[in-house]
Every structure is written in structure tokens, then in C-alpha cells.
Design a protein. Structure first.
Length: 31
């Protein structure tokens, strides 16, 4: 569930890494 938590974190707090995290979460979700 940590992946979902990261995906829900505001992009402002991620320092602009939201795209990278989204790609990772989407890849994990497909698996």
C-alpha cells in the first residue's frame, strides 16, 4: 500500500518527481 500512498502525495511535496513515481506505480499496478 506504500505505492498508493506515494501516488496520493501532492506533486509539490515530491519536488517534481510525480511523473517518475506515477510511471513506477503504473508499472507495478499492471504487474
Amino acid at each position: 500500500m506504500q505505492v498508493i500512498a506515494l501516488e496520493n502525495v501532492p506533486s509539490a511535496q515530491r519536488g517534481g518527481k510525480e511523473l517518475s513515481l506515477l510511471d513506477v506505480t503504473r508499472a507495478l499496478a499492471k504487474d
